[in-house]
Every structure is written in C-alpha cells, then in structure tokens.
Write a protein that binds this ligand. Sequence first.
Ligand code: ADP
Ligand code: MG
Length: 413
Amino acid sequence: MKLRRFQDAAVAGARVLVRVDINVPMEDGEVLDDTRIRMSLPTIVELLEKGAQVILASHLGRPKGVRDEKYSLKAIVPVLSGLLNEALETKTLPKVSIKFLNDCLGYKILWAINQLDPGTVILLENTRFHREEKRNQRIFAMGMASLANCFVNDAFGSCHRAHASTEGIAHFRPAYAGYLVQREVAALSKAVEDPETPYYVVLGGAKISGKIDVIKKMLDVADSIFIGGAMAFTFAKALGCETGRSLIEEDRVTMARMIIENATQLGKTVHLPADVVVTDDIENPTRIETKPIDGMAPDDIGVDIGEVTISEYTSELAKAKTIFWNGPMGIFEKPEFAKGTTAIANALASADAVTIVGGGESAMAVRDAGVEDKITHVSTGGGASLEFVGGKSLPGIRILEEDNQNNPAYHLS
Ligand code: ADP
Ligand code: MG
C-alpha cells in the first residue's frame, strides 16, 4: 500500500489542516495520559519547520453531536503547548503560541485565522460538536476544508470511521498521510501481508460489537484466536453457559455461535477461557473466586481469565511467530483483576515473534507491565488497528492511497 506522504507535498507558506487524534483521557479538566498528544508532535514539528501554518482538528470523547463544554479541546491547550514547545526546542526551532478557536468551521473561524500571525498554531474545537462530523456530510467537510490549502491526516485511531474530518475533507483538498499514519500502516502491514506462522490473535476488552465482526476476518488470516475479556462471556453464552451478571451483548450471541462453527469448518481454533475469575461486586468485592467457565452462578460477574487459562494461553503464545493482541483479558484497571492481562503482556514480551498490540487500554496494560520496549509495535489505534489487521480497508486511509483519484492531490502531479 503506497500512501501520499506529507513530506512530499509543497507546504511552505501553505495553510495545512492536520487531523490529529488528541482524544486523550480526561478527568476534572486534567489530561490523564498525554501519549496521544506526544504521538501527534512529529508531524506538527516537521510542518512548522517547513514553514507551514498549522491548523489542528480533533475529536474528544463522545459529545453526541452537540456542543458540550465537558468535551472542549480548550482544556488540553496547556499540555499541548508545553509538549509542542519542548519538541520545538530540542530541534532549536522558535517557540510557538497556540490559539484555540471555539469552532471547527465557519466564516468567523476563517476570519479569526486570517487575523493571526502565520506562526501561530491553531487548535480548532472538537469536531464532534457537530453531528455532521460523524455523518460525513459533504457541506460540513467542505466547510472544514475551506480553512486550509491542504489536509494531513495523522489520526490513525480514527481512520476506520468515514467521518467528515478524517475522510470527507480529503475529497476537497490535496490530502496526505502524517508520520503517525505512515508508521502505523507500515508496522501493521507486517501482520497483514504474509505474516510468519504460527500467527495467533488475542482478543478481549469491553467493546464487543465492534470487534466480533472482525473476528470472522481474523479467522482467514490467523491460525488461532484466543478470547478473553468481556467478549469471552458472549461466546460462553453462545455455548449455553450461565454467564451471571457478566458484561455480554445479547444481540451478538448468535454471531458468536456462528464464529465458533465457522472456525471448526476452517480447521482453526477459537480458544475460550477454561476458567474465569468472578466476583460479586466490581467496585467493592466481598468475594473473588476462580471458577470453570461453565460453572458460574447467576450472581457472578466475570472479571478476568483464570489460572488454568493463563497457563494454556501463555504456553501456546510462546510458539507463535506473529502475535496480534487487542483488548485486555479482564478489568485490569483493578489490580485484583489484572493478572490475566499482565500475563498476556509478558507472554508477548518474551515471545520470539513479531508482536503487535492495538487499542488504548491494551497499550496502557503493556506500559503498566513495563514491557512496552519488548513489543514490536504498540499501535495507537484500537478499532482502527483491529480492522486493518483484519484485512478491512479503512476509509480514512483509502483516500490517502496514491492511486485514489478522489483525492485532489492525485490531479496535482
Ligand atoms: P482497547 O482500548 O485495548 O481496544 P477496549 O476499549 O475494547 O480495549 O476494552 C478495554 C476495557 O475492557 C477495559 O477498560 C477493561 O476494564 C474492560 N474489560 C475487560 N474485561 C472485562 C470484563 N470481563 N468485564 C467488563 N469489562 C471488561
Ligand atoms: Mg478502549
């Protein structure tokens, strides 16, 4: 896959709208984890170095298509400014100031941009304050595009969604991939194009619906799939097990059953936990027990994979040549339910294999376990990396491919 790279575009003196993914976790107006901001810096720094005027756009949280101050990107300005200026300083580039504008399109915003010194970095307000963003409405995308001369997409984590600020906008201005998108695509391609086998996929986490659909595709490429996290209980239910009060998605049970049947036909294995850790209350547990997956009681909540499962999964993973992992094995935010997740992180770290981790929480688990530098690639995308590795074409990436004639950049050269 060949992408249009922003390094090859003429950006000096141009206004460049950069879609970054600075959707950072926040609490009481404070940034809890600045990883995503740091990840966006290399592209911004390079654009500034080349004399571009940088306009940043991003979403933050899930504000439901209306203005909601709780999700205002204004709160991240101090952190962004600090980190960006630090990065500029190490390259002995002049400091910049960041101007926050309280919308992401419109004549007032364009007017405000026109008033600013070209050296000022502009941060637009949360794109998801407009419902047109998720609907990928053309007029809205055009409105955002009209703020700049060209577009750089560096929001890999949002590329699996055809939203106005990731996909739509790229139809109206020459569009290029930023460094992060380039790096992610290069690293994840290793798991898609001819991976060394055995190739094992480990899946868990909470967002069942978005993931279960990709498992089918995973069965085509991977040799085995290891299931953990809340998803395991939807599968357990499909096999007729009692799942108590565990987090499951009723409307995916049939699909889970089909996936198991499908796997059998293909001669592949979907490994489900043999045992699970259960509790009566996630926040204030009065009992924590390990039970066989088919031995749960109606008031049990499944919160982690059990010891037997841990040893089965980790000894299998030791044989792999390629491993892709997305989604924690349990509610790892609570130390009492983190064992399974930590064990998988360590299994990847010690495997003699190409190892790829995707997903915000999974990446955090890898960092918590202190093994980040022993993993081949830790992706910044959750759903995006999963879909990419599952062989789906991501709309935000497709438009940046060199042979895509819908990208105005195609007609420039
Ligand atoms: P990622 O960000 O890595 O893609 P997800 O967002 O899909 O992963 O899921 C992460 C969340 O899944 C974690 O916050 C974790 O607490 C939750 N989780 C894992 N196992 C369970 C479970 N058994 N029940 C409820 N939540 C779970
Ligand atoms: Mg997540």
